[in-house]
Design a protein around this ligand. Structure first.
Ligand code: HEC
Length: 441
């Protein structure tokens, strides 16, 4: 049984009694003014004595509580000694009143009033952190997430700086800083945190063997549980810490570089309002509007051009079958090359020599080359099309052997190879090197 511990914990409860009595004495004194009758003096004396007795009890409990440890030293010293001075002044006050030391008495009462404010503030800082009072004025909700910068771009949001540090700042800095490094652990800088405490490193490769994670996930009754005072870490904060450690607890990697899994992506979206879902090509890429006169001349050459949506300037282009592909027609199409994202060049007698001209359409995501005369020699030129997701080569006399041209096509998801002269072994090979790629025969 820990009697002194129990007495210490009465402090936050009992401390309100002297605050009430002493403030009441001050107010009654001010209200009654100079001409006080005998009974009025009696009432004030009674309140003063209650104030003195209750502040002695509260101060004693306070000393016990402070001895139980875990408080930030500087703030504690201020709170302790200002509180003790109130107690002493409260003891002197009834004597000053009784012996009619008017000046000193007035000074004592005013001093008590002022000290009550200061002691209350330091007391609040001890239990709730040093920013407690001003947090709401700064728009800080005190939940640890408010320090997240406005930049919600997961590519520029740095995990340590923008997610980890605010959690530690909110919940751990009070006792683990440069002046007060309890357990030898200072978390104020990345280097110091990594260096660890008096028992060595607190962060290891495996989050579950890291002292830092162990301490915050212990049963909260354990004497090793962190933080020993104040709000514990919640599920989201622990998940973010664990994820950061799992990913190598680097100090400069961004949210995207640390590859958030589903759970982390959900926390980032709901708590931090950071969207980590992969962006589509059209969200990532912006192009300028096209010149109307160029569009007119292209239409005259047999090209059909359609906008794919109203909120961007991308187009879908195909060639009319009834108009033969004129010489140089592909190079004129080059004038709107950035705007073309779906290109249908099926059935217009293309050969390998036309492939070079196609490689400049860098924003093409869907390319139809079916029903042409491509043999395969020219396919290498297509390696330039980094955004290509779907490629249709159906019905071409293809007889390629090497697949070096497919590998650089990192966005490619589907390839159509029906009615070509491609051998089954070749298909097999593609399957092996690009298992994600869907081959449609
Ligand atoms: C109210 C003060 C206080 C707060 C707040 C606090 N700690 Fe501590 N911490 C201590 C004390 C005291 C020790 C030394 C005694 C011990 O090891 O339990 C310590 C020790 C540690 C150690 C062991 C260091 C070593 O090498 O021995 C770790 C790890 C730790 N704290 C993590 C945290 C984390 C993480 C937070 C924030 C979630 C936190 N602490 C918040 C007081 C605090």
């Amino acid at each position: 049984m820990d009697i002194t511990g129990f007495i210490g914990r009465l402090h936050p409860l009992l401390v309100h009694l002297p605050i009430g009595f002493l403030t009441l004495a001050l107010l009654v004194e001010w209200f009654m003014g100079k001409n006080q009758g005998k009974s009025q003096v009696k009432v004030i004396m009674f309140v003063l004595v209650l104030g003195a007795l209750s502040s002695i009890v509260a101060a004693l409990c306070g000393w016990f509580l402070a001895n139980s440890g875990g408080y930030e030293n500087n703030t504690l010293a201020w709170h302790r000694w200002l509180g003790t001075s109130i107690c002493l002044l409260a003891i002197v006050a009834p004597f000053a009143k009784h012996y009619k030391q008017k000046k000193s008495y007035r000074f004592i009462l005013v001093a008590i009033g002022a000290l009550l404010f200061a002691v209350g503030h330091f007391g609040g800082s001890l239990t709730h952190g040093s920013d407690y009072l001003l947090q709401p004025l700064r728009g800080d909700k005190g939940d640890g997430y408010s320090n997240v910068p406005e930049a919600k771009n997961p590519d520029s949001l740095i995990v340590f700086q923008h997610l980890i540090r605010p959690i530690l700042e909110q919940k751990c800095y009070d006792c683990h800083n440069t002046e007060k490094d309890m357990g030898g652990l200072n978390m104020m800088t990345y280097e110091k945190l990594i260096a660890g405490g008096e028992h060595g490193v607190v962060i290891e490769k495996d989050p579950w063997s890291s002292e830092l994670i162990k301490r915050v996930t212990l049963p909260s009754k354990s004497k090793y549980f962190m933080p020993p005072k104040g709000a514990p870490l919640d599920y989201n904060e622990i998940s973010i810490l664990k994820w950061w450690i799992e990913q190598g607890f680097d100090s400069i990697k961004s949210v995207m570089q640390m590859k958030p899994d589903k759970n982390i992506a959900h926390i980032l979206a709901t708590v931090y309002k950071v969207d980590t879902s992969p962006k589509t090509f059209f969200e990532r890429t912006k192009v300028d509007p096209m010149d109307e006169s160029v569009l007119d001349s292209l239409t005259g050459m047999g090209w059909q051009i359609k906008r794919i949506a109203q909120d961007n300037h991308f187009v879908e282009v195909s060639h009319r079958f009834d108009t033969p592909l004129s010489k140089g027609s592909l190079s004129v199409l080059g004038k709107i090359k950035d705007n073309i994202t779906w290109l249908d060049l099926s059935g217009i007698k293309l050969t390998d020599s036309d492939m070079d001209g196609i490689s400049k359409f860098k924003n093409v995501t869907k390319l139809h080359l079916n029903d042409n005369a491509i043999t395969g020699q020219g396919l290498r030129a297509l390696s330039e099309l980094k955004n290509l997701e779907s490629l249709n080569l159906n019905n071409n006399p293809l007889s390629v052997e090497d697949q070096d041209w497919i590998k650089p096509l990192t966005s490619l998801k589907r390839i159509y190879l029906w009615k070509t002269d491609i051998k089954p072994e070749y298909i097999e090979q593609i399957h092996k090197t690009s298992p994600e790629l869907q081959i449609i025969l």
